[in-house]
Design a protein around this ligand. Sequence first.
Ligand SMILES: *[C@@H]1O[C@H](CO)[C@@H](O)[C@H](O)[C@H]1NC(C)=O
Ligand SMILES: *[C@@H]1O[C@H](CO)[C@@H](O)[C@H](O)[C@H]1NC(C)=O
Ligand SMILES: *[C@@H]1O[C@H](CO)[C@@H](O)[C@H](O)[C@H]1NC(C)=O
Length: 273
Amino acid sequence: MEASCSRCLLLLFLLTCELAPEVAGEVEESSDGPGTAQGPIWLTDVPTAEEFISAAEVAIVGFFQDLEIPVVSVFHSMVQKFQDVSFGISNNSEVLAHYNITRNSISLFRLVDNEQLKLEGEEVENMEAAKLSLFIETNSLRLVTEYNTKTGFGLFNTMIEIHLLLVISKASPEYAENMNRYRKAARLFQGKILFVLVDSGMKENEKVISFFKLKKSQLPALAIYRTFDDQWDTLPITEVTVEHVKNFCDGFLEGKLLRENRTSEEKTPKVEL
Ligand SMILES: *[C@@H]1O[C@H](CO)[C@@H](O)[C@H](O)[C@H]1NC(C)=O
Ligand SMILES: *[C@@H]1O[C@H](CO)[C@@H](O)[C@H](O)[C@H]1NC(C)=O
Ligand SMILES: *[C@@H]1O[C@H](CO)[C@@H](O)[C@H](O)[C@H]1NC(C)=O
């Protein structure tokens, strides 16, 4: 990952060196609280597998020729841990052949960039829970991905080179409605721009906010960043609308930079009443 990321000065800077293997040992905050005990879905034929994968924003599938290898029980334990990810499992030879599986493997399929990431062979057969967990957390990119030190790395493990960030406090009363509209806008740019949510209420995200030279008084704001040339722009907003987001993204794609014109106005920053 590092090699392909030599260009990503921004995020490597932002992330500092927090992605030590130990982070996977942190206590997880489960988004939905403790769920009911459930196993992965058995994918017993090709149509079932295809339908399962295409229905999920993030699907993790264990393709196992041998169900006795140690990672299988580790794989089962992930289902409990990641309630908002779809888990499938298959040992069906036609399914394995369809996905070109020749060795035991675990694949992550995601909708947002149509990507399939694969762990296979000996690497996966004896994989520990912490490592598999970190792989899932890092690479589970969604239509709107919440930024944290793990997804921050995953955001560069994609072909999509433009990232849009909505910087907003999740505790603000307008959050839910703004998020709905942001998600709607994300569909318009699926495959072209990765949509990211940055919770300005999290202390660990202050680095992101200051990188984009945004002041607390300017939030919520949109920030856009292109990985191959480090070009970026920002737009403070009072509320998210599909139109705001669309205009901002279209403008950036056409090469307009709003921040250049804003520097002169910065003496009169937006005031929140
Ligand atoms: C798949 O696993 C099931 C359950 O353990 C087993 O009954 C079946 O024989 C396996 N199929 C193959 C192709 O190995
Ligand atoms: C499997 O491999 C073949 C030949 O390399 C390729 O055409 C096909 O798209 C692959 N299938 C999947 C599901 O990746
Ligand atoms: C910035 O200001 C210049 C000069 O007033 C104007 O021509 C240009 O269109 C502006 N750019 C944007 C992105 O608004």
